[in-house]
Design a protein. Structure first.
Length: 336
């Protein structure tokens, strides 16, 4: 696999874009987000296994022998999870040196050898060749770049024919209020991250520093506020735009999550497994009859007719704000 260390694609950015990208990168480098507590590793893995099964695949066999790219890997939780599923190699890329340091340290401590973390941008079209990866994943990253569509197209070109692309991108409907908050911060605080955080804490943090959970794992609420309000780039897509982007890249849909509230209940149950004697555990048991169950073939909600799908999508995204989309690139299967 031919690649080299890269500092991203800053040369192609306008001066103002490059400055804002630098400030955002420095913020994440200090924040080292999400830095999930490794003591809750089992909950994270149970949650992720269920999500993949609801997307339509069996993760314990699907990833074996594959080459994988995790675009915008942060502190590497998803990268290392994928590496545990038997792929030949997983590469995580990010522009935050602090996050990459954390990811490398965690991988070394866990003894994971089939993973590599590189400083690179999802906008960099020189880092990897066309069709280099069997599977490309980018969860919660490219909507925080100066050029979301360019990043999406760049990730798509790296997928091999018959390979797969999985994204988690902000939905315009689900993030309507959040977008209004950030637009207000843009007007009154601009690129001053400290001022954005002061205003965010004072006027927008209605939970006032209560605990925050990501994938069911306790995380720093202050870190969550930085991820929400200090980031200088955020974008979102309508359902029509999202489907159009995939289709224009010659991809066909395999599955989406969530497609109904039962999907979210199933995920809640999955990542509440280590808290079955807590209030969360009681709630999970009470709601369990409503949870979606993956079929024997690993297919959960699957792909519904577009009219019904749109209704489900917008209803669910009111709560979740973003969907997981899992698509396959058309073409002949690659030989190994």
């Amino acid at each position: 696999m031919g690649h080299m260390e890269s500092s991203g694609d800053e040369k192609s950015l306008r001066k103002d874009e490059a400055q804002r990208e630098r400030l955002t990168r420095e913020m994440y480098s200090q924040l080292r987000y999400p830095s999930l507590d490794p003591e809750h590793k089992a909950s994270y893995e149970n949650h992720r296994l269920l999500i993949y099964r609801l997307l339509g695949i069996e993760p314990t066999t699907f990833f074996q022998g594959k080459t994988i790219l995790d675009g915008g890997c942060g502190t590497g939780e998803e990268t290392m999870f994928l590496a545990s599923l038997g792929p030949q190699k997983v590469i995580g890329i990010d522009t935050s040196d602090g996050s990459l340091d954390s990811a490398r340290n965690r991988a070394r401590e866990a003894g994971i050898e089939n993973v590599e973390f590189l400083h690179a941008s999802v906008l960099d079209d020189k880092m990897f060749a066309d069709g280099e990866f069997d599977y490309v994943s980018s969860l919660g990253c490219i909507h925080h770049t100066p050029r979301m569509r360019q990043a999406f197209d760049n990730l798509s070109r790296m997928v091999k024919p018959d390979g797969h692309l999985c994204t988690f991108l902000y939905n315009s409907f689900g993030h309507f209020l959040y977008n209004l908050e950030c637009d207000w911060l843009d007007r009154v605080a601009g690129d001053d991250i400290d001022e954005r955080m002061r205003l965010g804490r004072r006027y927008l943090d209605w939970r006032r520093g209560t605990s925050f959970r990501r994938e069911g794992i306790p995380s720093s609420w202050d870190a969550r506020l930085y991820d929400k309000y200090a980031v200088l780039y955020r974008d979102s897509l309508t359902l029509k735009q999202l489907l159009g982007w995939y289709q224009e890249q010659g991809l066909e849909e395999v599955g989406s999550y969530p497609m109904k509230f039962g999907d979210m209940i199933a995920a809640y149950r999955a990542h509440s497994g280590d808290e079955m004697h807590s209030i969360r555990g009681v709630v999970a048991r009470v709601l369990s009859p409503l949870a979606t169950a993956p079929s024997a073939h690993g297919v959960g909600s699957g792909v519904a007719a577009h009219g019904c799908r749109a209704c489900c999508f917008y209803l669910v995204c009111t709560t979740t704000g973003a969907p997981f989309e899992f698509w396959r690139k058309n073409g002949p299967k690659s030989e190994r």
